[in-house]
Ligand binder design. Structure first.
Ligand code: AMP
Length: 230
């Protein structure tokens, strides 16, 4: 970051951050909006990620319960995720005084996108990089190109702050449930059965796999920023 940009940051910090308080590190430091933070709490550094929010209808949650039952019958105990979302970035460490500039950059980069539809078509298994948690997620097929373009723009913003970008081969998904440990192999063995549960659900709730995306969210610590699409 250049000196001029750093100075700009400081000015913005004083102007815009008066009402932002540091998230309480004692208040479950490992969790961040339903995502598990893979790094310890550091003063002045906020866990930050960009995502699409999903508010599941009751019947969707029932389908997730069914997936959990099938997994349990094979000895795999899954927990429903806290906040349903489609990630558009990794969880990165953002310095407190960079937040306003990062948010401005996101706003500028995302303002050209119009609303679009995402359809979730199949279940897949995901693991975090540390291999400490395994996720059962619904993969986005329809809407993939748009998600990729948005994630590219988010990457551009992250690069301005020398922060890690998203996966080279992103697999956009909505995690439904997760378990502790590296359980990909075990879950893949029962993935066909789990997909049957999902397909049966779709037969009776044909639109329940569709998400109409009208805004992009960014969470930094306990602060939420939203960017409406055109
Ligand atoms: P999320 O529910 O978005 O937090 O994603 C669950 C996990 O999937 C994260 O810990 C990611 O690191 C992981 N993941 C693994 N491979 C990929 C991929 N190709 N694209 C997106 N996420 C991935």
């Amino acid at each position: 970051m250049t000196n001029a940009l750093f100075f700009q940051c400081l000015m913005k910090f004083h102007k815009c951050m008066k009402n932002i308080t540091e998230p309480d590190a004692k208040n479950d430091p490992n969790k961040h909006g339903g995502k598990i933070r893979s790094f310890p709490h550091e003063r002045g550094v906020w866990a930050t990620y960009v995502y699409i929010q999903y508010k599941p209808p009751e019947e969707f949650l029932e389908m997730v319960e069914e997936l959990k039952k099938v997994s349990e019958s094979h000895g795999i105990i899954l927990n429903t995720v806290e906040d349903f979302h489609i990630s558009l970035s990794r969880t990165v460490k953002l310095r407190h005084h960079w937040i306003p500039l990062f948010v401005d950059s996101l706003k500028a980069h995302l303002s050209y996108f119009s609303r679009f539809k995402v359809a979730l078509q199949s279940l897949d298994v995901y693991e975090n990089e540390e291999k400490t948690r395994t996720f059962l997620g619904l993969k986005a097929h329809t809407g993939f190109e748009k998600l990729e373009k948005i994630a590219d723009k988010v990457d551009s913003c992250l690069l301005e702050f020398k922060l890690p970008t998203f996966y080279q081969n992103p697999s956009f998904h909505l995690s439904c449930a997760s378990c502790i440990g590296s359980k990909t192999e075990e879950i893949e063995k029962i993935l066909a059965d789990l997909n049957v549960v999902f397909q049966l659900f779709l037969n009776s709730h044909s639109k329940c796999n569709q998400i109409w995306v009208t805004k992009i969210c960014c969470k930094s610590g306990n602060k939420l920023f939203t960017f409406s699409l055109k």
